[in-house]
Each structure stands twice: as structure tokens, then as C-alpha cells.
Ligand binder design. Structure first.
Ligand SMILES: Nc1ncnc2c1ncn2[C@@H]1O[C@H](COP(=O)(O)OP(=O)(O)OP(=O)(O)O)[C@@H](O)[C@H]1O
Length: 586
């Protein structure tokens, strides 16, 4: 299965790789000819008088074979590098295209690591395999085989002599690899424990320090590293000793000594000539390199297989289906028609939700944490597709709109405001790429952020993330300015005031009022005070709408909303949203 994945990924460049493999084999074999040629040359030089014609032919043959061997190898590498380049370009293209059609919801999870790993690490693993390993491997296999075959043509004893130390090496190698897989898994587990301790330390550093728990976390980290050191020290020590012995068995001096000792007997017994022995030595000393190449190549191959599987997984993630006959919405009305939704785990998050947002009205969603407010709001711009029912924009199912039309209709400002690395101007201009300076400034003014930007030494040219960082509330107002510029008829605002302090919240509310004017807005709110004028308030609990209506109507009836209103009014005027929310009675 693993091999199939790798094969199918590399199928488009298979011909180039095969060409590289054949040329690599040719290069490996050609590189052997000079070795035998040198031995024959030594023989020719011994004869008296020297046969100059034979010497010249041999010398020319040696040079031609050495050069053509080098050429074949270079060409082989050229072909495999070309294959790799095409494969990388193709895979990058496929990744980018696929990322472009994945549901937006996929990106809100913790998936950025997968994309980074795919684009950086996994493609690099494939690079080594495609561009280098195939040619190196075919050389590593063909050279010893042909070398030994030629030696056995001269005298089978020479071929045996060339591999005399191999059985000992084989035993040492098998000994070294005993329990390799289990030990590797053990090592992975220990390393994962160390990583977890580091991640825990970094992620929670503020909490850890403020509660003086640094020592406990250091202890966890210390124990994890000690466990790893104890295990790895034992394994690596044993392996290193055996590796040293096996390396010695394949070292040039040991091979030469063995060849000379064995060769001496063969020469004195008249079974081979000294020149034949010279050829044997030259072949024998090239063999360990082949072992080394096969050994490292095998590890690279396994890594590439795992990388191919990860890439295949990424590329096979289900995409957001595109309509075959896209339609256009007839108005900015939003309708939820018996919508149910469950994430991949299958647990129902929303059940049979129905409501309509008339064009140009504000609908507020409230409810306890985990009620499904964000999920509901994110279904409109198709972060995910509904499991049952339908969401319609201007009477058209969102699944019948092509992506460009959908995003032209629906704008969203989410909990995590994303400002890109670039100037403030460019960040606002994202809303409308051809916007002029006056439009940008007008949008920033409407979003109550212009004065903050103007006060910066570089104003709208300030690079975000370089020397300047905006506060959460400021970042949100920049995102709102962007949205004002984008001028979408339908807006989804998810907890747009959550990271603002009370002073900033007033400004954000002003920006929101400007933005909401004349648009259909669905806003997730944590403070009821900010939504008392909403045209419609939906109270959600456990994925169901439990109350619906305007503020006045809702506080006039017993229920969750009235309780919440009382809790909020009893609480300190500027309670943090989460505090009020934690006190939700429903
Ligand atoms: N990507 C996801 N995969 C699986 N379950 C999820 C995912 N996102 C949210 N959930 C679950 O769906 C339910 C509703 O979550 P959601 O974020 O929509 O609630 P919420 O009312 O917006 O909460 P909050 O006010 O805390 O943001 C929760 O049980 C949550 O654990």
C-alpha cells in the first residue's frame, strides 16, 4: 500500500526516472571497466618488449570508459533532477489547488502544521528519493554484481575472495539491527514525551510561571529527557560498538589485507596472476561503498514512503463540492431551512435550525459556550456544508453558488483576526484591491481606527508585525475597515468585540453600526447591551434555538434571555464576556 502511494505520486515522471535509472546503471558499469583496464595495463607494461599498440588501446579504453561513465552518471542525475523538479512543481501545484478548494473550516483547526510539513519536509524527502537515491541505488547494485561477475569470469576464487569478509559483516549487521523497529518505536515515544513537555512549557508559560509551577514542568521535562538518555545511551552504545566492528570488516585496509593474504596463496599455487589479484583488490575495495549507499538509501526510501502517504492524505482530503450550474442570489436574505450539522466525529452540534434574516436586518446569536453559535454562523460562508437542510442566500442554496459569488456576497470577521505581514494600507486594501487612498482612509475612519494609524510614525505605511503590533481591539477595527471597503451585502461577525477592553468596545460598536447599515448581519454577541436594537435575537442552547424575538419581547417573557439579562445587569457594568457567559443560567 505504501509503495503504491509512492508509485502513484511519481507516475507522471516515471519515464524520466526510468531513463535516469538505466543511465545510472550504465555509468556504474562503465566505471568498473577502467579498474579491469588498469589491471590489464599493468600486465601489458610487464611484458618485454612492451606492446605499445595494446598499451595505447587499453589506455584509450580506460579514458573512454571513465569519461562515458562520468557522462552517463551526470546525465542520469540530470534526468532524475528534472523528474524531481517536475514532480515538485506538480505536487506544489496540486497542494495549492487542493488547499484552494478545501472547506474553510479545515483551516480553522490545527492544520497549519500539516501544510507546512507537506510543503517543506515531505517534498524534501521526495526530492532525495527521486533526484539522488534511484541513481545511487542502481549504481550500488549494478557495480558489485558486474564486478563480481567479471571477477568470476577471470577466476571464481577471486570473486569469493572479494566477498570474504561479508559473512562476518552480515552477522554483525543482523546483530545490530536486532529489535530495531521496537527500539525505534521506543525512541519515538520518548522523543514525543520530551516534545510534549516542551510544548506544554512554552504554550502555558504565563500560567505556569504565575502559579509557580515551573519546577513541576521542569521535572516533567527532566524525567522525559532522563528516560530518553537512559534508553538511547544503552541502545546507541551497543549499536555503535557493533557498527564499529562491522565498519572495520569493510574497511579498505582489512579488505586489502584479506585479499593479499588469500591472493598470495592463489598466486603461489599458480591459480591466478598478480595482475588478476590487482583487479580483485580494486573491485573489492569499491564494494563497501555500495553497502553504505544501500543502507542509507533504504532509510531515505522509508522516510519518502511515509512522506508520500502524508501528501496523499492531504491531497485526498474531501473538498467543498462546486456547483455544476452555479446560480446567483436574488437578494441579501439569509434563510436557514431545517439545518442540522455534525462535525467529522458525527456528534450533532446543530439540530433543525430554521430562521430567516430579512435583507438589511441584524440577527444576533447568543447562548452559552458550546451552544453552536460559531458553527451556525460559519455555515453561511460554507466553512462546512450542512449535514441536513439548506442555507439559502436570496433564495439560492449556498451550495449552488460558486465560490467567488459566495465570497462576494458574504463577508466575515472572525474571533481570530488575521492581519497579514505588510503595510496597514495593504491590509485594509485586501477588502478591495483597486481602492484608492481616500476610500481606504474613509473606511478606516468609519472603523474608528484612522486616528490610531495616523498617530504612528509611518502612518498607513507601517508594516504590521515588523516593528508595530496592534492590540486585539485595534486589529479588529482594521479588519472592520477592510470589511467596510469590501462592501459585502451579508456579514458574519463572530465575537467581534471579544478581545476589546470596554473603551475600545465603544469604538468597535460604532464601527460595527456603520458597517451594519443596510446589510444583512448575523452577529455573535456576548454582551446583551450591544444587541438590544437587533431586529432579531436567537438564543441558542445545545444546538437548538430555544428563544427567538426582539429584545423587548424576550425580556417580557420568562426564559433564558430574561435570566441572562438580569445576570448581566447585576454583574459589574464591564464584566468580561466570559464571566457573564459562565453565569448563563440556561
Ligand atoms: N472543528 C470542530 N470539530 C469538532 N467539534 C467542534 C469543532 N468546532 C466546534 N466543535 C464543537 O461544536 C460545539 C459547538 O461549538 P461552537 O464553537 O460552535 O460553540 P459556540 O456557541 O460558538 O461557543 P463559544 O461561545 O465558546 O465560541 C462544541 O461542542 C464544540 O466542541
Amino acid at each position: 500500500m505504501r509503495n503504491d502511494t509512492l508509485k502513484s505520486l511519481r507516475k507522471p515522471v516515471r519515464t524520466l526516472i526510468r531513463g535516469g535509472i538505466w543511465l545510472g546503471a550504465l555509468g556504474g558499469v562503465s566505471a568498473l571497466v577502467p579498474l579491469f583496464g588498469l589491471a590489464a595495463l599493468a600486465d601489458a607494461l610487464q611484458t618485454a618488449p612492451p606492446d605499445l599498440h595494446r598499451i595505447a588501446i587499453l589506455a584509450a579504453l580506460i579514458v573512454i570508459c571513465a569519461v562515458s561513465g562520468w557522462l552517463a552518471t551526470t546525465l542520469a542525475m540530470g534526468l532524475t533532477h528534472l523528474a524531481d523538479e517536475r514532480l515538485q512543481a506538480r505536487l506544489r501545484g496540486r497542494i495549492i489547488t487542493h488547499l484552494g478548494v478545501l472547506p474553510l473550516g479545515w483551516f480553522t483547526g490545527t492544520h497549519s502544521g500539516i501544510v507546512r510539513k507537506a510543503v517543506e519536509d515531505d517534498l524534501t524527502e521526495l526530492h532525495y528519493l527521486t533526484a539522488h537515491h534511484e541513481v545511487e541505488r542502481v549504481r550500488a547494485v549494478s557495480q558489485p554484481l558486474i564486478g563480481l561477475f567479471c571477477l568470476s569470469l577471470l577466476n571464481w576464487r577471486l570473486a569469493l575472495l572479494a566477498v570474504a569478509t561479508w559473512p562476518l559483516y552480515g552477522v554483525a549487521y543482523l546483530w545490530m539491527m536486532r529489535g530495531y523497529r521496537e527500539n525505534l518505536q521506543h525512541m519515538d515515544r520518548d522523543l514525543a514525551a520530551i516534545s510534549a513537555a516542551i510544548v506544554e512549557l512554552i504554550r502555558n508559560i504565563v500560567v505556569i510561571k504565575s502559579y509557580r509551577q515551573a519546577r513541576r514542568i521542569h521535572n516533567d521535562y527532566g524525567q522525559a529527557t532522563s528516560r530518553f538518555a537512559a534508553f538511547y545511551g544503552g541502545w546507541a552504545g551497543r549499536t555503535a560498538r557493533i557498527e564499529a566492528i562491522s565498519a572495520l570488516l569493510l574497511s579498505v585496509p582489512v579488505i586489502m589485507l584479506t585479499s593479499l593474504a588469500g591472493g598470495y596463496h592463489l598466486v603461489t599455487a599458480g591459480q591466478v596472476t598478480p595482475v588478476m589479484l590487482l583487479a580483485e583488490i580494486m573491485v573489492a575495495i569499491t564494494l563497501p561503498q555500495s553497502f553504505q549507499t544501500l543502507h542509507t538509501g533504504n532509510a531515505a526510501f522509508k522516510k519518502a514512503q511515509a512522506a508520500a502517504e502524508r501528501l496523499e492524505h492531504l491531497l485526498s482530503l474531501p473538498i467543498l463540492p462546486a456547483p455544476t450550474h452555479p446560480l446567483s442570489p436574488r437578494s441579501a436574505e439569509v434563510t436557514f431551512d431545517h439545518v442540522s450539522f455534525a462535525y467529522d466525529d458525527g456528534r450533532p452540534v446543530l439540530g433543525h435550525i430554521s430562521f430567516t434574516c430579512a435583507p438589511g436586518t441584524v440577527t444576533a446569536l447568543i447562548g452559552p459556550s458550546g451552544a453552536g453559535k460559531s458553527t451556525l454562523a460559519r455555515l453561511v460562508p460554507r466553512f462546512y456544508d450542512v449535514t441536513e437542510g439548506a442555507i439559502r442566500l436570496g433564495g439560492v442554496d449556498v451550495r449552488q453558488l460558486d465560490r467567488a459569488t459566495l465570497y462576494k456576497q458574504v463577508g466575515f470577521v472572525l474571533q481570530e483576526v488575521e492581519l497579514l505581514h505588510g503595510t496597514v494600507r495593504d491590509n485594509i486594501r485586501l477588502g478591495k484591491v483597486d481602492a484608492g487612498e481616500s476610500d481606504i482612509i474613509a473606511a478606516a475612519q468609519a472603523a474608528q481606527i484612522d486616528s490610531v494609524i495616523q498617530a504612528l510614525p509611518q502612518g498607513y505605511d507601517t508594516i504590521i508585525g515588523d516593528k508595530h503590533r496592534f492590540s486585539g481591539g485595534e486589529a479588529q477595527r482594521i479588519a472592520l475597515a477592510r470589511m467596510i471597503l469590501a462592501n459585502r451585502p451579508i456579514l458574519i461577525l463572530d465575537e467581534a468585540t471579544s478581545s476589546a477592553d470596554p473603551d475600545h468596545e465603544v469604538q468597535i460598536q460604532a464601527a460595527l453600526s456603520h458597517l451594519a447599515r443596510g446589510r444583512t448581519v448575523i452577529v455573535i454577541a456576548h454582551r446583551l447591551a450591544s444587541i438590544v436594537h437587533a431586529d432579531q435575537i436567537l438564543v441558542l442552547a445545545e444546538g437548538q434555538i430555544i428563544q427567538k424575538g426582539r429584545h423587548e419581547a424576550l425580556i417580557a417573557q420568562d426564559g433564558c434571555y430574561k435570566d441572562l439579562w438580569e445576570v448581566e445587569n447585576r454583574a459589574q457594568p464591564h464584566a468580561h464576556p466570559a464571566e457573564t457567559e459562565g453565569a448563563l443560567p440556561c
